[in-house]
Design a protein around this ligand. Structure first.
Ligand SMILES: *Cc1c(COP(=O)(O)O)cnc(C)c1O
Length: 397
């Protein structure tokens, strides 16, 4: 064997720990509450949730109570059946695979996550995009789902195989009108997929009320889980099809795997620590969604504070309906152009103040997420940005 330097892996620790304030856009909803940190250690060994697997499928395990958990998550989302998946992406992939055929067309919003595009690609689906309204709010024109469904019908002679809406998009943190699309999809009888990666688990989401056929969630994005783990929730109408079990038989051996999910590839494909942390965080998640309005209030406050800095403009809908926010920041970009560290100056200044999560090297636009941070922590964030502005002679109002 060629020599490998193993020392670099020894004593591995994360740099960003509890002593930092982390405003990373994708990380806030995935912070583990203390009880889940304990569960993570307890279930840290590989297939740890499989100690007492009688049925050969992780969602049917009774100790720990994964079977009950699946039922409780379905209740919480007001859907009928759930499976745990490798992230929101794994859920999307399974949905498309189960309800569409190669060559079919689906209608998606133009702020959809890249995994939506790739899930379509891997399944050989064509996509039609519903436009957004452009700068500065970039709102998805949900009413345009009608025109796009009609367009597909005109061009292909068939309705789209599905429509998908990204409930809260990852770029601007806009909260799209999911009920509106639910109504449109319902009228056409087209399966409706709601990507709730940034919504379910941090804010209340009621699948039936929104008219959703498939609700997709991300454990590590929004359910305080270590992941990778996602949730695919559906209704009785679709569960038989999407959660279809295996029918293949070995022609020589006669072996069959009748309990295994086909589209989810087996067991389903997540177990161990990801599922354990998702489960351990569930009481915390059920409680925290009740306090979503406080989170919205805090981000509105922070937006106001940051917009006191010259040329800081919040993009996306106004006022904020979600804690993920993007600003265009030409004043800081000007500083970066003259700075010896270029765009890295901001990242480095924030680092000195133990604030993590702003994309290193980026000053044209800044994206952050305030979810779960206290008012005091957000005050520190606001002060940090304002102090940095003053230090580089950018006006603060
Ligand atoms: C992060 C994100 C995803 C991917 O979620 P995974 O659980 O990591 O697969 C999908 N969609 C949206 C809108 C996201 O923001």
């Amino acid at each position: 064997m060629t020599k490998i330097n193993l020392d670099r892996y020894r004593g591995l620790r994360r740099v960003v720990d509890d002593t930092w304030i982390n405003i990373h856009p994708i990380q806030r909803g995935g912070v583990l509450p203390p009880e889940s940190r304990e569960a993570l250690i307890s279930f840290g060994d590989g297939y740890s949730t499989c100690d007492l697997c009688i049925e050969g499928r992780v969602d049917l395990v009774k100790t720990p109570p994964i079977l009950d958990f699946a039922g409780d998550v379905a209740k919480f989302l007001n859907m009928d059946e759930v499976r745990f998946t490798p992230g929101a992406r794994g859920a999307k992939q399974a949905v498309f695979k189960s309800i569409a055929e190669s060559g079919d067309t689906i209608v998606i919003d133009s702020l959809a996550h890249y995994t939506t595009y790739i899930a379509a690609e891997v399944n050989g689906l064509k996509i039609v995009e519903v436009p957004h309204g452009g700068y500065p709010e970039f709102r998805i024109k949900t009413e345009d789902y009608v025109a796009k469904i009609e367009e597909v019908r005109r061009k292909t002679g068939e309705l789209p195989a599905a429509v998908l809406l990204t409930h809260v998009d990852y770029r601007y943190g806009n909260l799209a009108d999911a009920a509106d699309v639910g109504k449109i999809a319902g009228e056409y009888g087209v399966p409706y997929v709601l990507n709730a990666a940034y919504s379910a688990g941090v804010m209340p989401v009621d699948g039936k009320k929104l008219g959703v056929d498939f609700l997709i969630c991300s454990g590590h994005k929004s359910w305080g889980a270590s992941g990778p783990v996602g949730i695919l929730a559906t209704t009785y109408e679709f569960s038989g099809k999407t959660f279809r079990t295996s029918a293949i038989k070995g022609p020589w051996s006669g072996r069959a795997f009748l309990k295994k999910d086909v589209y989810l590839f087996g067991c389903p494909p997540v177990f161990g620590a990801p599922v354990a942390t998702l489960m351990a965080s569930f009481p915390h998640v059920v409680e925290r969604v009740k306090h979503w309005d406080e989170e919205v209030e805090k981000i509105r406050w922070l937006v106001n504070e940051l917009e006191r800095i010259k040329d800081f403009h919040q993009l996306g809908e106004r006022p904020r309906q979600h804690t993920l926010v993007t600003f265009e920041t030409p004043s800081f970009h000007k500083v970066a152009k003259k700075h010896s560290r270029k765009g890295f100056f901001l990242y480095e200044e924030l680092k000195k103040k133990k604030i993590a999560g702003v994309h290193a090297g980026m000053t044209k636009m800044i994206k952050l997420n305030s979810y779960g941070l206290t008012k005091e922590q957000l005050q520190k964030v606001a002060d940090a940005f304002q102090d940095i502005a003053r230090a580089y002679e950018v006006e603060v109002e």
